[in-house]
Ligand binder design. Structure first.
Ligand SMILES: [Mg+2]
Length: 241
């Protein structure tokens, strides 16, 4: 049994951008009695807390915005790396080009971009679009992969502005500082906590090429899950042994 568990949030611990299912709260509580839990998400810190509900408050460490904000479970902020205005401007320029290229009809134009401080989150159809629509939008990431390959030049321009872009959640692209992805921030946190990498495990639904969990591969043991239901099946199995 690993001593330190790292979990992605969307589709790994919770349905995308939604509250944890009530039946799963006791599973995490039980795990928290036996191991450390760290949640590594593109979401901001407040959304992570909200989605995991008050019932689990204080049980887990937070690596918000792909780990660019690190907060221990007792509330200590270890680091916070905000994007510069120039980086945010580059992200906006990319998103405008992407939207023109996609030419989708969007329900709420103000729901496309979320500036989380250390990350710009770009939802292709809207962060708060109907959940069923979101789940059906791009389950195999093909639409977002195609967009990134169609806009290969713009992705290079982003890199020149010290930014990188990754597929996340159901309809999202995460824009963060170049290199400051989960594969950078998770080992930095392991070091800060004085843990051993071989005592850790990372569980995520986006360990595929281009996914926002992919960068942790090779750094610590990983377990890929199709969805959050698979995560809890795995945890229940571990906790039985
Ligand atoms: Mg995910």
């Amino acid at each position: 049994m690993p001593k330190h568990f790292f979990f992605d949030l969307d589709n790994t611990l919770t349905p995308s951008k939604a509250l944890i299912e009530a039946a799963h709260v006791p599973v995490l509580k039980k795990l928290g009695e036996r191991a450390d839990i760290t949640v590594v998400s593109g979401h901001g810190e407040n959304d992570i807390r909200k989605h995991l509900t008050l019932a689990l408050e204080g049980l887990y460490h937070i690596l918000g915005q792909n780990g660019n904000v690190a907060q221990t479970k007792d509330g200590r902020v270890l680091w916070k790396r905000p994007l510069s205005q120039a980086q945010k401007d580059a992200a906006r320029t990319f998103i405008e080009k992407a939207q023109k290229h996609l030419n989708y009809t969007i329900r709420d134009e103000n729901d496309i971009v979320e500036d989380r401080g250390s990350q710009i989150a770009f939802s292709l159809i809207g962060h708060h679009e109907n959940q069923v629509k979101k789940d059906a939008f791009d389950p195999d990431q093909a639409k977002r992969r195609k967009l990134l390959s169609d806009l290969v030049q713009e992705v290079e321009t982003l890199k020149a502005a010290n930014m990188e872009i990754r597929i996340a959640g159901t309809t999202n692209l995460d824009l963060i500082e170049l290199g400051k992805n989960k594969g950078y921030n998770v080992p930095a946190f392991i070091e800060a906590m004085d843990w051993k990498k071989e005592d850790c495990i990372y569980i995520g639904d986006a360990l595929f090429p281009g996914g926002n969990d992919e960068t942790v591969i090779g750094i610590l043991p990983v377990k890929a899950v199709k969805n959050y239901k698979e995560t809890y099946l795995y945890l229940e199995h571990l906790l039985r042994s």
